[in-house]
Design a protein around this ligand. Sequence first.
Ligand code: ADE
Ligand code: ZN
Length: 343
Amino acid sequence: MTIAPHRLPELLQAMPKAELHIHIEGSLEPELIFALAQRNGVALSYPSVEALRAAYAFTDLQTFLDIYYAGASVLLKEEDFHDMAWAYLTKAAAENVLHTELFFDPQTHTDRGVPFEVVIKGLDRACRRAKAELGVSATLIMCFLRHLSEEAALKTLEEALPWRDLIVGVGLDSSERGHPPEKFAQVFARCRELGLHVVAHAGEEGPPAYIISALDVLKVERIDHGVRCVEDTALVQRLVKEAMPLTVCPLSNVKLCVFSTLDQHNLKSMLEMGLKVTINSDDPAYFGGYLNQNYLETFAALSLDATAAYTLARNSFEASFASNEDKAGWIAKLDKTFERFAA
Ligand code: ADE
Ligand code: ZN
């Protein structure tokens, strides 16, 4: 692909792309946390936006999750969920994200007494508005918190049933170590019967064995993160053979100390192994950047080129749960952008 290297940053920002791994609660910026806290009369344990932001120095996944769940405590009303998602979706539109699949954690809210209905109605309204006003396609993936029990996940699924049509799939997130995918075998089987798509976080901090059980027991269609797959050669071969998408989140991995620096990240070698990698932001308000920042910094740190940009953007559409017709339309737009830059 003959695109002048100096035009690569511009291309990365301009190219159409999809985001498949974004926790909507992780898009809550400190400014919005404070605004919602004031609107709802919620007390925060930090005196200012600056003090909160200064606390974003994580040593692992758990130190992040503790602050992330505290931040979500300001979300009480349907409007709050709408405003949070709308803030993300307007940024996504500006970054040429044509499609996004938003993770949300209902248990983080229902366990505080916020009805499921309030959460889903607010998020769904933002998604519909994004389509109408921004031309961005946005769907919802409901995640179960793996540090809680499978019974709690089954109860959450029951609560979601009246809203089933507003959810494209289910995922599994929160503290990975000590909470293997097989803990959620029954609830995922039930979700598959309901025709929901299934994904799971695996191999972020947890071992390759968790990726294997996510595939074999939960029968997931994508692995979220999955960077530790490289520790198991047979697993890598299987993931390549099955063209299993991996939603990798480079800035997240550095912030949570999965890799010490971005130039140590294994994304480039994963691409070279033939793995179906995508780039995502995970929790952009906490990890130092939205989707384009993840692309820009990763490309600079790993000396990636325009061919990699095309592969990653195309993978993001192919790995999505959108219709084949939508995927083909988005890939045609991607091709047009590359032709324009090659000219
Ligand atoms: N919830 C929000 N972000 C997460 C991550 N990176 N891993 C697991 N659970 C999460
Ligand atoms: Zn995640």
